[in-house]
Ligand binder design. Structure first.
Ligand SMILES: [Zn+2]
Ligand SMILES: [Zn+2]
Length: 394
């Protein structure tokens, strides 16, 4: 799940060098070497840049503690929230001498980004378990070990499209990872078609990339998968080679998994995606770190497939339209937003967290894997429905 990565947005690629030291017992200094890119709507606030920033921090020890050598992180951050979205990743302490060494080395090359949103680990777990839990009447090619490996690899795939080196792609697809339901619902019922929603957004003087396009992207990729499976059925029935279409279907299933996975992360459904906003009587964190603290290092270190597998829901195929059931899934996820903040407040995402916070995280990943399995299986079932060719339909 990532987004928040973006929020459409902006990315920073930071280079860090370790082991690190700190200056003084209360203050630490973080030097970030970054490359940023921003979407047009807030480009004026966050122009593309390459540079260095030295930050003083008095809180939140770095969650990432590279042991030695150089490592690279790419962190998205919100246009609405100047502090970096994945702030925790940037609280890395860098010895100023090492920073100088970085400069001398001319380390401005951006290496392949690491994924966000559930991190690689969460997305891979979701995609793998979705396929693992497909029923036996789903196509065998989708359930093969080779397919599972490929679909698992594809779990973080859309997060690999967030590099500043592909700025048009970053802008176009970043909003597809999230939806701020509070903002979307303020415009009335959600239309099933992407352009109808965008027209409503523009008519209200807003921008779609600030609200998010999650359910439309998910539905569209699901329909690609269904179309591929329909082609598979046709080729198989006529005795033709199905290997090429199998590859296409495997890609669509893996690609779909990313967005369904993002949808199970409650913070991908809300304006409170990375720090509480609005009335705050319970004193939830307003720092821009909670998103990655939850879905990144905490998941990676503490949640493993067996915990998630134990929480997989019974198979529940979707008949007909999937947009509304998918939005209902997002709304259920959104009911967990405050719970995420409650866990953060009690240290539930620090270190090993608590049994409750680990169960919560595993349940969220299981919700994603269960929904993905249901969507893939439903695409298979619905691909059997005869359709007119696009030319006949006109
Ligand atoms: Zn994502
Ligand atoms: Zn995320």
């Amino acid at each position: 799940m990532a987004a928040q990565t973006t929020r459409g947005c902006a990315f920073q690629c930071a280079a860090e060098l370790g082991p690190f030291g700190s200056l003084g017992s209360l203050w630490s200094f973080t030097l970030r070497l970054f490359v940023g890119a921003a979407t047009p709507n807030y480009a004026s606030r966050i122009p593309p840049v390459i540079g260095l920033a030295l930050e003083k921090s008095t809180r939140h020890p770095p969650l990432f503690r590279p042991q030695s050598g150089l490592s690279y992180i790419v962190s998205p951050h919100s246009p609405n929230a100047p502090p970096p979205y994945t702030g925790s990743m940037e609280r890395t302490i860098l010895n100023p001498r090492h920073a100088c060494l970085l400069l001398i080395l001319g380390f401005f090359t951006v290496h392949p980004p690491l994924a966000h949103a559930w991190g690689d680990e969460g997305h891979c777990i979701i995609n793998r378990l979705a396929i693992f839990n497909l029923p036996s009447d789903a196509p065998a090619f989708l359930r093969s070990e080779a397919a599972i490996r490929e679909i698992e690899y594809l779990g973080p795939e859309p997060d690999r499209w967030r590099s500043p080196s592909e700025p048009e792609l970053v802008d176009a697809q970043a909003p597809e990872h999230f939806i701020d339901l509070e903002l979307a619902d303020a415009l009335g019922p959600l239309p099933h078609r992407r352009f109808d929603f965008e027209a409503k957004v523009f008519a209200a003087g807003e921008r779609p990339e600030k609200i998010g396009l999650q359910p439309w992207q998910t539905t569209e990729v699901w329909e690609r998968l269904k179309a591929a499976l329909r082609a598979y059925r046709h080729l198989a029935a006529s005795g033709q080679d199905t290997a090429p279409v199998e590859q296409a279907a495997i890609f669509y299933a893996g690609w779909l998994g990313h967005y369904v996975g993002d949808g199970s992360q409650p913070l991908h459904t809300t304006i409170r995606y990375n720090g509480w906003v609005g009335a705050n009587p319970n004193g939830y964190t307003t720092a821009h770190q909670i998103h990655w603290e939850f879905e990144g290092p905490f998941i990676g270190a503490n949640i493993h497939p067996p915990q998630v597998q134990a929480l997989i829901a019974p198979l529940q195929p979707i008949q007909g339209d999937v947009f509304d059931p998918y939005v209902a899934y997002l709304r259920q996820s959104a009911t967990q937003v405050e719970q995420v903040y409650m866990f953060e407040k009690s240290g539930g995402f620090t270190g090993a967290g608590s049994a409750q916070s680990r169960d919560f995280a595993a349940e969220r990943l299981a919700a994603g894997a269960s929904m993905l399995r249901d969507l893939i299986y439903s695409a298979w079932l619905q691909s059997a429905i005869p359709v007119k060719s696009p030319w006949e339909a006109q």
